[in-house]
Design a protein around this ligand. Structure first.
Ligand code: UTP
Length: 286
């Protein structure tokens, strides 16, 4: 069973400055709901209630969002319309949220290393705190858990991207073993289109075995002088099989501004509270 999830959310978010100067990127709202709430909900809907958020300096808003707020709650409790009260209570009761701070931002791999003592020796899920994966069928982390249950090996979510855009992503190579599952033989960060082994790109969700922690400890600083999770996963690949799952759903990367705008439009379309006229307008934007 996968019972623990780690959500790295300590990064600077430099691509989203100036808002990220004082507001965590993961708290950027999709209309009215912070990005990281969608990420936590995905973990919970996948059956995981023990969640470790890797936080950092100036990220208190994340902690506060999932904490209770007695003053606000008692004010809302007095209202005839109890829906606001229930919503606020629901957020603080969503999951068992634990927070640990990454004191120096040494990259995603380093952030994951901070989860070692919380996770122990069991396989665990990683959900990037700035990436929403929406699925109408099954939460994407649940899709990965189902693959893990079959193969008992690490599995990462991937999506097809246009061939001319592979150089923006981590790309996996390997061979197809079923309709949506690949056994990985390599992974390359941001390859040139002509050298890319496929157009299957990492999508910000992973189930990894605890062996990743030893690999992370041995991983030297790589790109941007940071400890890269991909480098440690490459080392893991030498010892253990790793699978890629082409997930059913759509990725929204909140870390870049264009994707963020598209996300707002698409989530706006899903909101029934908006008038038909407004939603018709939104459709013209897509
Ligand atoms: P990114 O590389 O997209 O985040 O990491 P970033 O570094 O904040 O973004 P830019 O490039 O400066 O704009 C993906 C996820 O990993 C977390 C981030 O918070 C984000 O949710 N992360 C990244 C950490 O927790 N620690 C790190 O050292 C780096």
């Amino acid at each position: 069973m996968i019972t623990k999830a780690v959500i790295p959310a300590a990064g600077f978010g430099t691509r989203f400055l100036p808002i990220t100067k004082a507001i965590p990127k993961e708290m950027i709202p999709i209309i009215d709901t912070p990005t990281i709430q969608y990420v936590v909900e995905e973990a919970v809907d996948s059956g995981i209630e023990d969640i470790l958020i890797i936080s950092g300096k100036d990220k208190r808003a994340i902690e506060d969002h999932f904490d209770s707020n007695p003053a606000l709650e008692s004010r809302l409790a007095e209202k005839a319309d109890q829906s606001w009260y229930k919503m606020v209570r629901h957020i603080s009761n969503l999951a068992n949220i634990h927070i640990i701070r990454q004191k120096e931002l040494n990259g995603l791999g380093d952030a994951i290393r901070h989860a070692r003592w919380h996770v122990g020796n069991h396989p665990f899920a990683i959900l990037l705190g700035d990436t929403i994966l929406h699925s109408d069928s099954k939460p994407v982390t649940r899709q990965l858990i189902d693959v893990y249950r079959e193969y008992h090996q690490s599995v990462v979510a991937v999506q097809r991207v246009p061939q001319d855009k592979v150089s923006r992503y981590g790309i996996v190579g390997g061979h197809k073993i079923s309709e949506n599952i690949w056994e990985m033989t390599e992974m390359i960060e941001k390859p040139a289109p002509e050298t890319a082994p496929s157009n299957l790109a990492f999508a910000g969700r992973y189930i990894l075995t605890a062996s990743i922690f030893d690999k992370l400890d041995e991983t030297p600083r790589g790109k941007n002088d940071e400890i890269q999770l991909t480098d440690a996963m490459k080392a893991l690949l030498a010892d253990e099989k790793t699978f890629a799952c082409i997930f059913d759903g759509k990725r929204y990367d909140i870390g870049n501004k264009l994707d963020y705008l598209k996300t707002l439009v698409e989530y706006g379309l899903r909101r029934e509270e908006f008038s038909d006229d407004f939603r018709t307008f939104l459709k013209t934007v897509i």
